[in-house]
Design a binder for this molecule. Structure first.
Ligand SMILES: Cc1cc2nc3c(=O)[nH]c(=O)nc-3n(C[C@H](O)[C@H](O)[C@H](O)COP(=O)(O)OP(=O)(O)OC[C@H]3O[C@@H](n4cnc5c(N)ncnc54)[C@H](O)[C@@H]3O)c2cc1C
Length: 804
């Protein structure tokens, strides 16, 4: 065995094999995969091998397509068959909500270049004669997908990697990992020590344990999963082609042809966690006992929806474990605080996702950048809140919903509430309908007295629509209060703080007493943050960004190596915030502070530390609604007092609460993009319009060269807000934007603009087409709607209210 390698990959399942191949392909030939047993011996060998491009997140869909397309390449390189059956896929809907969801998938697929269409049930039955169409109301067909041979595919990756120079050691268990002062690793195995610059945790069922080796707790857990293989099905005899792989959402069933029989699997509601505390070391090429009694009712639904299957015997039953993260997406990337340690685990669809994961991880390791937006599978989307207990509550919930279509207005109940601000109970009393952002409860909207504080999951306008409208009008017409505790907050202090921030951010760092909008770029010049920096003193800064990205940004700061005289810490749990917005905000706040809040006294983008009522606070004049607004930050112990005082002061002014839904509507009326939705690592400063906050005169900041090059050549596409005509539902995200029948861009977010009475869609279109009044079409739930670009904000285009 080699005693050193540039990278050691722990685990020879389909994911480790793909990472090995991609590292070798990108030029890291000196890479070594260590497998404690035989290749595939964890969860890979008994997988059903199904592959598809479906994912609620377009960037993951794209990587799934890459994975499936890759199989021909590794077959050719390795001479090893992947056992491909590229049958395509069928998705069946039984309810109007499911049908809406299929239509949304279709709309999204156009821009992704995937061949997908809604088809009749008769056509669906031609593709799969086992379907009893009486149970369904619609079907979607997609060309991509089918199934492959799990073992053949894994070996094809490995052989292709070996041809490029990579090495594999089977029956070599990794026992411990010890960091060396230079950032490299001592990898202790049963066969001796290996020195490695980098280590990758691809340990699948044992990913948690390989995390423990470096002192981290990865949010990953295994669930038992059953599928059956039937005896030969007479209805399939004599068919020239295999049936198309089929997903039945109502029945929570998937099936595909297996020789002349059928493989049928289910994701049942009360799934069973496997090995909750520790994965047994000796679980190798093993299955688990079947539990037909528990699963019979769920398979019976399948036998009703596909009646021919109820008439044949069962040839084989498989119950095997595989791993999930709390939201079902993989955990990929570097881990904050552990140098040169990478993860690629919690991959529950290894045959759809393994290739894409190998691709982005290899780029990330070799080029410092995954090369595309992978926020949705970045390990940093979880923070300290993702404790083992949280994971043990969320993973079974996710498993039970594997085939439930997720509605855009749906909030999942497991492990709630976890993080609560001090005014949580007060907001609930005020009717708040809560969502969870980074596990912190935050108000989405406020049900008025007499209305149930709950919402029907739908793709269309819900009962919250008129309520959100009233909230928006309340803000624009008077004054509203929104809790901002769920924003990401960081304190940067120390003598070297300004100089370090100047290196990390692309913007000018504000002077004391001022606040500045601050884009952060990766070395490739793409947006990794759209934050604000408030300078409290030359050595004290408060940075505010997207709450969802807290761990992502903390990791970014850590990777940017603050020197010894700079201290960076999260203020997630040490600062709570309230935003007051609306023309009467000043009137409300002035009596509570000695500060002169007049338009000249405390201008837009000013910050100060000043008491607000009884609370010592940081006060900024800023906001996200386009109205006169203030953000007030204080510590949790004063927060309820601050809230109570603001409420009392606001009573005579008609102060209302508003939630995240109203904020989405208000910000789109102003044309403001939002990180996570509109601004993500796929986009550049010129495309997003954030270039106007970049200080191009600075000699150095990450991504400067790329940003300058873009400034010279102009952006390829542009972020725009469009007015959508005749819509009876708003866009959700990733719908294709069409021009003359071709998909030219996609939607990033949408909302109804209640104060301008227009449905709004934001997204990216080619720069040459991004003109005032340019017309596009967007397929919203199966209906083509006209969308017109509005370059000026539709509300208060001159920003007079903001500056008032
Ligand atoms: C019944 C069933 C059906 C499935 N059907 C499908 C399907 O149709 N399509 C699909 O895409 N996915 C399916 N899956 C999921 C699929 O199996 C997983 O996504 C995939 O196997 C994950 O691969 P992995 O490489 O991450 O993990 P694993 O296959 O678990 O590989 C991890 C490897 O790491 C090794 N290892 C662990 N610790 C150490 C150590 N300390 N030292 C050295 N080696 C170590 C293990 O021995 C193991 O070989 C199914 C799973 C099950 C259980």
């Amino acid at each position: 065995m080699k005693d050193s390698a540039r990278a050691v990959i722990i685990g020879g399942g389909v994911v480790g094999a793909s990472v090995l191949y991609h590292l070798a392909k990108i030029g890291w030939r000196d890479v070594l995969l260590l497998e404690k047993s035989e290749l595939t011996s964890g969860s890979t060998w008994h997988a059903a091998g199904g592959m598809h491009t479906f994912n609620g997140e377009a960037n993951i869909s794209r990587l799934q397509k890459y994975t499936i397309d890759l199989y021909r390449e590794i077959e050719q390189l390795s001479g090893q068959s992947c056992g491909l059956h590229p049958n395509g896929g069928l998705m069946l809907a039984a309810t109007s909500g499911e049908l809406d969801s299929l239509k949304l998938i279709c709309s999204r697929a156009r821009y992704l270049g995937m061949e997908t269409e809604m088809i009749s049930l008769a056509e669906a039955q031609r593709l799969n004669p086992l379907i009893d169409t009486r149970h369904f109301i619609g079907a979607l067909w997609r060309a991509d997908g089918g199934h492959c041979d799990p073992s053949g595919t894994t070996h094809a990756y490995v052989k292709a990697a070996q041809q490029l120079g990579a090495s594999v050691e089977r029956f070599t268990r990794v026992l411990s990992l010890t960091p060396r002062p230079d950032g490299s690793w001592e990898v202790l195995t049963e066969k001796g020590m290996v020195r490695a610059e980098h280590v990758v945790n691809c340990a699948g069922l044992w990913a948690r344990e390989v995390g423990h080796m470096v002192g981290i707790e990865l949010p990953v857990l295994a669930m038992e999963h059953h599928y059956l293989i039937t005896e030969d099905v007479p209805e399939l005899a004599g068919r020239e082609r295999e049936i198309v792989n089929t997903t039945d959402y109502a029945g929570e069933i998937y099936l595909r042809q297996e020789r002349r029989g059928v493989l049928i699997g289910t994701y049942e509601p009360h799934g069973v966690v496997w090995a909750p505390m520790k994965t047994p070391d000796d679980f190798t090429m093993q299955l688990l006992p079947e539990d037909f009694e528990r699963l019979a009712p769920f398979f019976e639904v399948g036998f009703r929806h596909f009646p021919a299957l109820g008439c044949v015997g069962i040839r084989k039953a498989v119950n095997g474990p595989f791993t999930f993260a709390p939201d079902g997406n993989p955990l990929v990337g570097p881990v904050r605080g552990v140098r040169n340690y990478w993860v690629a685990c919690a991959v529950m669809a290894g045959f759809s996702q393994g290739g894409g994961i190998g691709l982005v991880l290899s780029r990330w390791m070799a080029e410092n950048d995954p090369g595309q937006d992978i926020l949705s599978m970045d390990v940093a989307r979880f923070g300290a809140f993702a404790t083992p207990k949280y994971t043990s509550l969320k993973v079974p919930e996710n498993y039970s919903r594997r085939f439930r279509l997720a509605y855009p207005n749906e909030e999942l109940p497991a492990a709630r509430p976890v993080r609560r601000s001090p005014i949580y109970e007060r907001l609930i009393e005020a009717g708040a309908v809560m969502g969870a952002n980074f596990a912190l409860e935050n108000a989405l909207w406020f049900a008025p007295a007499g209305m149930t504080a709950a919402e029907t999951p739908t793709y269309r306008r819900s009962e919250a629509f008129p309520v959100v409208r009233a909230e928006c009008q309340g803000v624009r017409g008077g004054v509203g209060l929104y809790e901002t505790s769920n924003y990401g907050k960081y304190e940067v202090t120390g003598r070297g703080a300004r100089a370090w921030l100047d290196r990390v951010f692309a913007s000018r760092i504000p002077k004391p007493g001022r606040l500045g909008l601050a884009p952060m770029l990766n070395p490739a010049g793409r947006i990794v943050g759209d934050l604000s920096i408030a300078c409290l003193a030359d050595d004290r800064f408060l940075i505010v960004g997207s709450g969802f990205a807290e761990e992502f940004h903390l990791r970014w700061f850590w990777l940017s190596e603050p020197p010894a005289d700079v201290f960076v810490r999260s203020a997630a749990s040490t600062l709570c915030g309230i935003s007051l917005a609306g023309p009467r905000a000043r009137e409300l706040l002035q009596p509570l502070t000695r500060l002169d809040l007049s338009a000249q006294g405390f201008r837009l983008f000013r910050v100060t530390e000043s008491a607000v009522g009884l609370a010592p606070a940081i006060l900024t004049r800023a906001g996200f609604t386009g109205e006169l607004g203030y953000e007030i930050w204080t510590t949790p112990d004063y927060f309820a007092t601050l809230y109570d005082e603001l409420r009392s002061a606001g009573a005579a002014l008609g102060l209302i609460h508003f939630g995240g839904r109203a904020l989405s509507s208000l910000r789109l009326e102003k044309g403001y993009g939002s990180f996570n939705k509109d601004f993500r690592p796929d986009y550049t400063p010129g495309e997003t319009g954030l270039d106007r906050y970049i200080d191009f005169d600075k000699p150095d900041f990450p991504g400067r060269a790329a940003a300058l090059a873009e400034r010279a050549s102009g952006p390829r596409r542009r972020f725009v807000v469009m007015e959508v005509t005749d819509a009876d539902a708003e866009v959700v995200g990733y719908e294709s934007i069409m021009k003359d029948g071709a998909a030219v861009g996609y939607v990033t977010s949408g909302a109804y603009g209640h104060c301008i009475d227009k449905s709004l869609a934001a997204g990216y279109v080619p720069a040459a087409l991004a003109r005032e009044g340019a017309r596009f079409e967007i397929d919203i739930l199966g209906e083509m709607r006209s969308a017109t670009v509005r370059l000026e904000p539709l509300y208060d285009p001159k920003g007079l209210r903001l500056r008032s």
